[in-house]
Design a binder for this molecule. Sequence first.
Ligand code: MG
Length: 363
Amino acid sequence: MKVAVIGSTGSVGRQALEVIDKNENLTLCALVANTNAELLSAQAKRFAPVYAELISRDGDCIKKALDLCDIALISTAGITALPYVIYAVENGKKVALANKESLVTGGRLINKALEKYGAFIRPVDSEHSAVFQCIKGEEKFVRSVILTASGGAFRDYTKEEIRLKRAEDALMHPTWSMGRKITVDSATLMNKTFEVIEAYYLFGKKPSVTLHRQSIVHSMVEFTDGSVKAQLAFPDMALPISYALTYPERKENVVKPLDFSEAIGLTFERVDKERFPCITLADRALENQSLSAVMNGADDVCVEAYLQGKIGFYDIFDVISQTLDIAELKRDEAHLEEESVEGVFARDLFGRKTAYGIIKKLN
Ligand code: MG
């Protein structure tokens, strides 16, 4: 099977190349990266794909790469992935999706395309991969989906302590090593809010969230009879990447197995909405689904401002909430009713501009 990796120099992209390299049934046919020319050329040298290009040099390169493949691993960051996810589906390509923003902001559009072409997404996000694995063959008996959250860098601090935390503290995530944006999103639980929305579009149910410190249970599904299935594994993105690329098959020895001859403590705790108010934004975005793109743009701007030390931790929630309030007041200006990729982009831009304006007033 020929694989195109879109976003090959990011954290998931780099791990995907290792996964593909170790699997004789997968051939890397195309590499596309955003701006990291040095790493891309090193990857092209090592893996010798048919095609390798930088998005910054050639705007059509993603389509060219997708045309060459059987399955696309889409792991770029940001909503720019949305049209390419739809393009891949429309052109009969299997899609292994690591990009969150496309589903969060354009879930309805992606689902419409999937329905039209009788296709489905193979999720790469570890939580959604877990649900995907648990649900298989029993879709009609699902009662609810439970996403696990590691809790981010500040999970054990009081509200007063968190208030004073700065970006460099947030960048020390307890379990996963990821990019800067997603690590801050983990600390605020905004990442989990996005994952709740993602899960809604992937599985048709709004999931609940439980705090699970060990990151061993990657998520769970409850069935109509009260039974709960969970997917457990050593936390390593190689597993969800590999499963998305080989589904419905499984490659052997992808991750170090769990050792049940030793004690493994698994705990599940309530998520504290007081300390982590961003988790409540998922409800808002699913009640009025067009708000998710506004929220995405606003969060991007807030995270950047937080990384630059311009706003505090709880300002992130406040600025995003105010941005959503303004979008609901100015529905036309915020393009809330426009059901298209352009509409999604316009909503995201409205979120960015509005959040930026609010932050400017704070400083
Ligand atoms: Mg995740």
